[in-house]
Design a protein around this ligand. Structure first.
Ligand SMILES: Cc1ncc(C[n+]2csc(CCOP(=O)(O)OP(=O)(O)O)c2C)c(N)n1
Ligand SMILES: [Mg+2]
Length: 360
């Protein structure tokens, strides 16, 4: 796709590693694991679909940035560019009864669970056709039929809700589990520790996924957290924890698949620290003075879309034309989404008090 073509060098890919890398090794890796060779390796059509989903999220976010600058999106807007492999790879691993809940950087998760681009864009523009009726905006996307519960603006505030949904599934005796995503900053919040503790005590079916993108707003992780290694926090709750290469959609998929298997086998809550990087600012208008250009360039060389693109071309005999055709199809979908949102009405004044109280 256009964004990845501009890169100086595509990240190298390698076959499945025999040992798990540490967070530090992943941060400095010059090769990205792509999962080949593992039993039950991923079929080509799935990889192509993951590529399409990641390009869709990337182009959606680029379009959001444009719509924001045109004044059509109000409030805060946090882009997911650079982190696409996490939502796509982990949600691909979820079962039919599993739930998803996340923080305010939520557009990628919404699209990965299958929410349509038009209603998601309409939500960002505050239109009545939006996934949350135009009431929530960027930080409060929600899609109940797809078991996607949002979208929360209070850092760490949704973590106990993730535990609560897991408790409900356990109580009902289903095989449903929860994928609860959060930023590295959430792990410094009291709710995080209370939720992990209770999840372990009650053996709740939940996978905690920390998207460690190296920063909470303008503060580097090692300046705000007592330990820069998020996995060590799980050990305080005697919880199985693994480090994941968040730039490799395949690594994300396999580690989430394994974690969900352990949850369903009754082994209790699981913890995954996914190492990634936010390519853009924290939200719109971030002057990015807290990190060097060299650092950003280094991470852009590890673009998760570049990693999957490389695997498809080198190991799946995929042609550049096939990938370009997917990009073109996504462009058409995005144009239609913006048109749908533009043409949708705002909620009427007479509906101001709707959705405030529970209605029968
Ligand atoms: C309880 C609370 N404190 C502070 C804020 C302000 N705030 C918004 S985003 C953010 C940083 C969170 O960083 P992280 O959890 O790493 O998520 P990321 O933005 O990197 O995805 C902060 C401090 C907030 N929204 N809620
Ligand atoms: Mg962060």
């Amino acid at each position: 796709m256009a964004t990845t073509k501009k890169k100086k060098a595509a990240p190298k890919t390698k076959k499945a590693a025999s040992k798990e890398l540490t967070a530090e090794e992943i941060r400095h890796a010059d090769e990205r694991e792509v999962g080949v060779g593992r039993a039950g390796d991923i079929p080509r059509e799935n990889l192509m679909d993951w590529y399409r989903q990641m390009v869709l999220i990337r182009k959606f976010e680029q379009s959001c940035s444009e719509q924001y600058q045109l004044g059509k999106i109000g409030g805060f807007l946090h882009l997911y560019i650079g982190q696409e492999a996490i939502a796509v790879g982990s949600i691909a691993a979820r079962g039919a009864n599993d739930h998803v809940i996340t923080a305010y950087r939520d557009h990628g998760h919404a699209l990965a669970v299958g929410s349509e681009t038009g209603p998601v864009m309409a939500e960002l523009m505050g239109k009545v056709t939006g996934v949350s009726g135009g009431r929530g905006g960027s930080m409060h996307l929600c899609d109940v039929p797809r078991r996607f519960w949002g979208g929360y603006a209070v850092v760490g505030g949704h973590v106990p809700l993730g535990a609560g949904i897991a408790l409900a599934e356990q109580y009902k005796g289903t095989d449903g589990a929860v994928l609860c995503y959060m930023g590295d900053g959430s792990t410094n919040i009291g709710y995080f520790h209370e939720s992990l503790n209770l999840a372990k005590v009650w053996n709740l079916p939940v996978v905690w996924i920390v998207e460690n993108n190296q920063y909470g707003m303008g503060t580097a992780v090692d300046r705000a957290s007592a330990t820069p290694e998020m996995v060590t926090k799980a050990s305080g709750y005697d919880m199985e924890a693994h480090v994941v290469d968040g730039m490799s959609v395949c690594d994300v998929y396999w580690k989430t698949t394994d974690a969900l298997k352990r949850v369903r086998a009754g082994e209790g809550p699981q913890f995954l620290e996914m190492i990634t990087y936010r390519f853009e600012g924290h939200s719109m208008g971030d002057p990015l003075r807290y990190r060097s250009k060299e650092e950003v360039v280094k991470w852009r060389d590890d673009d998760p879309i570049g990693v999957i693109e490389r695997r498809l071309i080198e190991q799946e005999n995929c042609t550049q034309e096939e990938l370009d055709a997917i990009d073109d199809q996504v462009e058409v979908e995005m144009a239609a989404a913006v048109k749908f949102a533009d043409e949708s009405p705002e909620p009427g004044l007479d509906t101001l008090y709707d959705h405030i109280f529970v209605e029968n």
